[in-house]
Write a protein that binds this ligand. Sequence first.
Ligand code: ADP
Ligand code: MG
Length: 681
Amino acid sequence: MQKGKINVKADNIFPIIKKFLYSDHEIFLRELISNAVDATQKLKTLSIAGDYKDEMGDLTIRVSLDEKNKTITVSDRGVGMTGEEIKKYINEIAFSSAEDFIQKYKDHASGIIGHFGLGFYSSFMVAKRVDILTKSYKKGTKPVKWSCDGSPEYSIEEIEKETRGTDVVLHIDDDSKEFLDENRIHGLLKKYCKFLPIEIAFGKEKEWKDGKEVETGKDRIINNVKPAWTRKPSELKEEDYLEFYKELYPFSEDPLFHIHLNVDYPFNLTGILYFPKIKKNIELQKNKIQLYCNQVFVTDSVEGIVPEFLTLLHGVIDSPDIPLNVSRSYLQSDSNVKKISSHITKKVADKLMEIFKNNREEFENKWEDLKIFIQYGMLTEDKFYDKAKDFSLFRNTEDNYFTFDEYEKLIKDNQTDKDKNLVYLYSTDVEKQYSFIEAAKSKGYDVIAMEGQLDTHFINHLETKFENSRFVRVDADVVDKLIPKDESKESKLSKEEQDDLTDVFAAQLPEKPVFSVVFESMDENESPVTITQSEFMRRMKDMSEMGGGMNFYGDMPDNYNLVVNPNHELVQRISKEKTEALGEELKRISEKINPVEESKQELEKANKDKKEEEISQEEKDRLEEMEKKINELQNKRKEALTGFGKENKLVKQLIDLALLSNNMLKGEDLSRFVRRSIELI
Ligand code: ADP
Ligand code: MG
């Protein structure tokens, strides 16, 4: 037996290895198995090249657990190592790279967790001694056993070994006993080795016999050696992609479609991304993409590697070019990673464009599910916006789909306002805003359905992108005012009559929310009474609800307009009834007001150019007296009108109808309305 000392500066790097990678000890298994896979692949390459001429035999990599002797063994039938090679690769190269690694990253220990770089020496995280028993494929060389107990001293001796290849035996440390558990090891193999290219056997297949689980004679193979992403797209059918999806996410609904990534220049990247069917909460759906490095699982948190919006996708990305032994912040600034990220964005956009172009019908059918990815992407990545603006769709309230360009053409003639702005009308709830949508349609307007999770943000975003355009919710105003044009309509009621009716209608309005009565001259066929809420106020309130830091608006009471159409027959009827009931009385009051008003105006005119101190106290008192008188009379007038309004069933009925069509009539008010309607009939 030979003894030697591994040549390192640090006296003992093993405690450091243990300490720094404390929370990530489990990766030792991934490292040992990747080495076994590498050694096997090398043998296959030699065999293909004709440099290895013997039988290769069964190349299965075997993992075995000996709970009694507290060992885990990884055996391969790969190239093996000669004594010289062990000295070179294990003692010198592997050791010094492990040491470099620690030197380099000891300040960012948490950043490197889960990533490559430590290789063979990571076995000392869990083992108090490691033996390597190996026989090289090279003829005439002697099998050797290398052994090291975690100090820089090692021993190496010749041994008898029948089969070519390497057994790495870990003598598990007392504080790592957790790894001497079959389920734990099986779990780790499933996590890291599920798609490695050489078969890995761990124990035997089990089956149920006489109510008991018993081992069969068949090896239990952990992995799928040829996962779909490593195959050529031309070899794969739709079912293969679906099957692979089920392999990755056994309990998920079928995805919408997939994108097969296959790049070899300027970096190496393969993978399959799936657009999943997304349910309610998009936050919960993130972190489903798995990142692999040559088929070895690395991580499933891919922020920084793919653009934020793509973290909603599912699937795998495999790249040997993503530097894995570095911290996350470094990763995000790495230029290779940036290129990969923008490449994936481009690929995703191209694929969507392709489906849109080749099969618009399918695209439209899937739009409601796709929309959230596309909008999220357009909101967060300008580059994606630039591509997606050509296939992103608007769905109108009649379920027709339009691209942005098509839609602009559709509404250009009819929905341009007097200031040459294009007005996009939208509805956030097609059912609730039904009457407004109907009114808009009757004017020949088109209304977009914007009922999705991100639509409010999306509208704000589009307004920054579309020139000379704005979005207005269809119930933001009466239809004639939604898109202001020059033509203004005459009112069939005079200013005084409108003022009177303002009090009459106000008498019947609910106390909450706050309403103001306004008159808007419209066509006689338009609704007599409508309820609207200003676009600005509503958006501010919506944003404060979503936590946009606009609490000021959130705290304001809801403010609505009760819009009365003076040209509607029913409104005129109310005006007439009012005159019949109160005409004489109002006339008397007016006759009293008028002379006072006149003398007040005269006095004010006379005093117009005077300074405050030039007006006599007597005059000031007289003025005050007159104002008081006028106020009194006006209050009387108002009282009369309010009294009339309160008694008037038609007024109440019209207001309730307007409330009803806005879904604002509830409970007792609703049942009273129904009763009153029956009476009126
Ligand atoms: P890396 O795999 O990155 O080269 P490791 O520390 O994991 O670094 O391994 C160091 C070297 O030891 C490998 O490059 C290889 O030459 C040799 N080696 C490790 N395990 C095996 C094995 N099972 N069979 C043959 N050679 C091995
Ligand atoms: Mg390795």
